[in-house]
Design a binder for this molecule. Structure first.
Ligand code: FES
Length: 323
């Protein structure tokens, strides 16, 4: 197994300073971050993200997109979201060289597993976790290709870096090329191939549809930006038993399990509270979770032995959690 893929990520609190800031496109800013104390940063592997705890009270996760072997500098790239809820706007408007920011990481919900070849598919800012994967595949001599789509050529970051890889990379701006040609890219799986995809939800759904019928289970790996938040108009109340504290709590239909636990004084780590970061994962001892997060893989969902309590609920009326 390639050690660059298997590097373990030990998550820690971080005091960071912005050491460089550059606009990659009109809407995407790259920030280089170093430890404010001058210490080495933790080891990370491709797919890992950094949680940024912003001074405006928001926490946001961004994929590390620099060189995994660089222990001095971490790089993130942030798209100013047209419907920003305050995270990307804050980073664009308030973080400059010398700014201090608290963070936590690295956390990896999208690890690169060993494969014979990799087919990478990226949409827009979804290219960020793919960049270090490409570098590791290239260094390891594992064949790979990238199909990279964006609204227009001008909107697509990292073209210079990707240009070094020649015809392994296909840039696909939608305004001149239309939708990505997924049938050609993903039509003929070979044993040992893996597909890694990150981008907006319509792209992920299209890749899932394309892979569904022809690719073996487990070959497709996706990272989503947004969770499928439960429609609470049809939610049912749940009874949650806490094995360690011996408490039983009633979770009404309009509250999350996390909200009820917090109100009852039970301390649970949480960050995004929207099912995307993995911080609030708890072990399920009894009952069947109804998953709404975007962290767990299909296999982990089927096992049903853990859940993200900020968004996920229960298929039945009871759950027993290891809390
Ligand atoms: Fe982020 Fe629950 S707090 S997944």
């Amino acid at each position: 197994m390639n050690e660059l893929l298997t590097t373990s990520d030990a998550e820690v609190d971080l005091d960071l300073t912005v050491s460089d800031r550059r606009m990659l496109t009109a809407d995407i800013v790259a920030l280089d971050l170093v430890s404010s104390t001058g210490a080495l940063l933790p080891v990370w592997a491709p797919g890992a993200h950094l949680e940024m705890n912003l001074d405006n009270g928001l926490s946001r996760q961004y994929s590390l997109c620099g060189d995994p072997t660089d222990r001095r500098t971490w790089t993130i790239a942030v798209l100013r979201e047209p419907d920003s809820r305050g995270g990307s706007d804050y980073i664009h408007d308030h973080l400059s060289v010398g700014s201090k920011v608290k963070g936590r990481g690295p956390r990896n919900n999208f690890p690169l597993e060993q494969a014979r070849t990799y087919k990478f598919v990226a949409g827009g800012i979804g290219v960020t976790p793919i960049l270090p994967m490409i570098r590791v595949a290239e260094t390891s001599g594992i064949p790979w290709t990238l199909l990279y789509g964006g609204r227009s050529l001008e909107s697509m970051a990292f073209q210079d870096e990707l240009g070094r890889y020649g015809d392994k990379v296909t840039l696909w701006p939608q305004d001149t090329h239309g939708l990505l040609d997924l049938a050609s890219e993903l039509g003929t799986p070979e044993p040992g191939d893996a597909v890694y995809c990150c981008g907006p939800e319509p792209l992920l759904e299209a890749v899932e549809r394309q892979c569904d019928s022809v690719w073996p289970a487990g070959a497709l790996h996706v990272e989503r930006f947004r969770a499928d938040l439960p429609d609470l108009t049809h939610a049912r109340p749940i009874e949650v038993e806490l094995a360690q504290s011996g408490m039983t709590l009633n979770v009404p239909a309009d509250k999350s399990i996390l909200e009820v636990l917090t109100a009852a004084g039970i301390e649970v780590d949480a960050s995004c509270e929207e099912g995307t970061c993995g911080t609030c994962e708890v072990v399920v001892l009894e009952g069947t979770p109804e998953h709404h997060d975007v962290v767990l893989t299909e296999r982990e969902r089927e096992r049903g032995d853990c859940m993200m309590i900020c968004v996920s609920r229960a298929k039945g009326s009871c759950l027993k959690l290891d809390l």
